[in-house]
Design a protein around this ligand. Structure first.
Ligand SMILES: [Zn+2]
Length: 263
């Protein structure tokens, strides 16, 4: 198996650094959406995903953000980009908030999943890890409550089931999962049939988007697990560009993959 390795770039980075694509198999486009199609039509690699917004789709003012995600879906369909990824989720301060925000989330995902399916675009949701919500007074409070959703493989499977029969796929974010102390190989096995995209970065429990294997020696085991499930979709190196270059990270994963570690 050869992993499809890629990087996240926005249109400005593409304009100034498209040489980065030389050793890249695929690309995840970040917002803002390009206003013209020139560059996108000439890219030497496939754009496999557009990363849209999404955290606002479970809030009282969700209409606006649902419309933004719909625009991203239409954009993807127009350019033949097969997938849109969103950070869809909630943080709630108390149990009273939970049912209401969850129903907003599920209804928004049904609407957006149906809009994507109609255009033959896969809508993928990403596992979360941190505070970000209108209902929470402070980050400390949110993290203390531990009620951020969806965090784990079980949460993701539950949400997919709630939104069913409207289809939803999963962008599995390795760093987010490490942050909530989950072992990626176990989570990947549980979500295997739903994962259409992976975000790869390390996490030491404090900082996010760290270079591969800076917080431990895990990625060999993760690659072995991806081989075991026959994963053939993109792996996007989502590493903080202040700490390492996307190309250096792609090369690291290639090397680990080529070591052909016994199963
Ligand atoms: Zn991510």
């Amino acid at each position: 198996m050869i992993l499809k390795l890629g990087m996240p770039l926005n249109i400005f980075e593409l304009e100034s650094k498209s040489f980065l694509l030389d050793e890249t198999d695929c690309l995840e486009l970040r917002l803002p959406l390009p206003e013209t199609d020139g560059l996108l039509r000439q890219l030497p690699v496939a754009v496999t995903c557009v990363h849209g917004p999404g955290l606002g789709i479970s809030r009282p003012q969700r209409e606006q953000e649902c419309k933004e995600v719909e625009q991203v879906i239409l954009f993807a369909a127009e350019y033949g980009i097969p997938m849109v990824n969103i950070h869809a989720g909630i943080t709630y301060r108390n149990r009273e908030c939970r049912a209401e925000t969850l129903s907003w989330l599920v209804n928004s995902l049904r609407r957006l999943g149906a809009a994507a399916a109609e255009k033959n675009v896969v809508l993928a949701i990403e596992n979360l890890f941190k505070y970000d919500c209108w209902v929470t007074a402070s980050r400390e409070e949110a993290e203390k409550s531990g009620w951020i959703y969806p965090l784990t493989a079980e949460d993701m499977l539950e949400l997919i089931e709630m939104v069913s029969p409207v289809p939803l796929a999963v962008t599995y974010d390795i760093g987010h999962s490490l942050f909530v102390r989950r072992e990626p190989w176990n989570e990947i096995e549980k979500l295997a049939q739903h994962i259409t995209n992976i975000h790869a970065h390390d996490n030491d429990g404090k900082s996010d988007h760290l270079p591969i294997d800076t917080a431990g020696d895990r990625f060999k085991k993760i690659i072995r697990c991806l081989c075991r499930i026959g994963y053939d979709a993109p792996v996007i190196l989502e590493v903080n560009k202040q700490l390492s270059s996307p190309l250096a990270e792609i090369r690291k994963l290639r090397e680990l993959e080529q070591m052909k570690v016994p199963h």
